[in-house]
Ligand binder design. Structure first.
Ligand SMILES: [Zn+2]
Ligand SMILES: [Zn+2]
Length: 375
């Protein structure tokens, strides 16, 4: 009997550990949190504070060209995984790719400590649906800069993944697994970077495993804040080409650091377009890489907003009122346009109501491109 209860206790411990490691069990169920208030949980700030410790450790490990190169390369590859795949592919389905490649970029994106692709896409689709309205979980206009940048991730309410918003992604078991155990790619990358540093130490004594590991984490922190900046500064600082129903901005500095995501007003206007830079000077590095990938058959059906500046007329406030529209409704963005008196499309200023998952999905289906959900 005693042996049996010992075994049971051990099983309980294993189950508790598994629950802690499984993203879907580590928080209260979504249904329980549905009516909860958005408020910061102080215990959830601890990982973010700890994440910044490697900046201090830089003094202890020093630097080498190999460490700086690793920091830059990891930043660029992972930023591309976030912008090209977490955002333009998983969240908006603006192009197509193979099941293998979507998983590979899902894994690379997960090494950025920005949770799994389904969690990311579910929240982002909500952001487009309720942009800068009360139900937008990270609006700097509604909730302030700090909340939109990082605070919203520390709210218990935003921890679970709302699978009802990503049924097109949830049908892939490997993506659901990645979403639940999103910490695994982080650990694998950290161990690999450390081992690589130790290997290089054999050729150059200035390089160590600990040094590369610290610089790898520095890359992760910069990447994290650059991505968060789109949610915060991308809705505060910059210009507005389109009179969208939110405060999204085009910001060249953000576009540079985020490989093209800074053309955020363009993106809110044409969320179904793979290309976010519209004018020739709006360099969109992510789009250029995706174009290269398309030329060798890795991705296909990348798209471009059909915007014709000559068809626009500027109003008194300098905001164009008549952009040509080719993608008025895309994933995450229901139809919200109405015709103005002169026949141009303007955005209907409406107060959104929270949709049930059925309503949300039917609106997304209505706005999706043909072939939505297929890979
Ligand atoms: Zn936005
Ligand atoms: Zn988006």
């Amino acid at each position: 009997m005693a042996m049996q209860s010992d075994a049971m206790r051990n099983n309980m411990k294993i189950l508790a550990i598994l629950s802690f490691l499984d993203g879907d069990r580590a928080s209260k169920p979504l249904e329980e949190l549905q009516h909860a208030q958005h408020k910061s949980s102080w215990s959830r700030w601890i990982p973010f504070v700890v994440l910044h410790a490697p900046f201090l450790m830089l003094f202890a490990v020093g630097w080498s060209w190999q460490a700086v190169a690793l920091c830059v390369v990891l930043y660029l590859i992972r930023m591309f995984a976030i912008t090209g795949f977490y955002h333009r592919y998983f969240s908006h389905r603006t192009f197509k790719t193979s099941r293998v490649l979507q998983f590979i970029f899902g894994v690379i994106g997960a090494t950025s400590v920005q949770r799994g692709p389904l969690w990311w896409a579910a929240h982002h689709r909500g952001h487009h649906r309720y942009s800068d309205k009360e139900l937008d979980v990270h609006s700097p206009v509604v909730s302030g800069l700090v909340w939109s940048h990082i605070g919203w991730i520390t709210s218990d309410k935003n921890i679970p993944t709302d699978y009802s918003r990503v049924p097109d992604l949830a049908k892939f078991p490997e993506l659901v697994f990645l979403n639940r155990f999103d910490w695994l790619p982080v650990v694998i990358l950290a161990v690999s970077v450390f081992a690589y540093g130790q290997y290089l130490h054999g050729f150059d004594s200035r390089v160590t495993g600990a040094q590369l590991l610290v610089w790898g984490f520095v890359s992760t922190i910069i990447l994290f804040h650059a991505t968060c900046s789109i949610n915060s500064f991308g809705h505060l600082i910059g210009s507005r080409r389109f009179d969208t129903d939110d405060d999204s901005r085009n910001n060249p500095v953000l576009a540079l650091f985020t490989l093209g995501e800074g053309w955020h007003n363009n993106h809110h206007r044409f969320p179904g377009s793979t290309k976010q830079g519209i004018m020739w000077w709006e360099f969109d590095a992510t789009y250029e890489v995706l174009k290269l990938m398309q030329s060798v058959g890795l991705v296909w059906e990348i798209s471009k907003a059909n915007y014709d500046p000559s068809a626009c007329s500027a109003s008194d406030d300098g905001v164009s009122r008549r952009p040509l529209l080719s993608q008025d409704s895309e994933v995450g963005v229901p139809l919200r346009h109405q015709l103005s008196q002169d026949g141009g499309a303007v955005l209907a200023r409406s107060h959104p109501v929270e949709l049930s998952s059925v309503q949300f999905n039917s609106q997304m289906e209505a706005g999706a491109r043909s072939g939505y959900g297929d890979v």
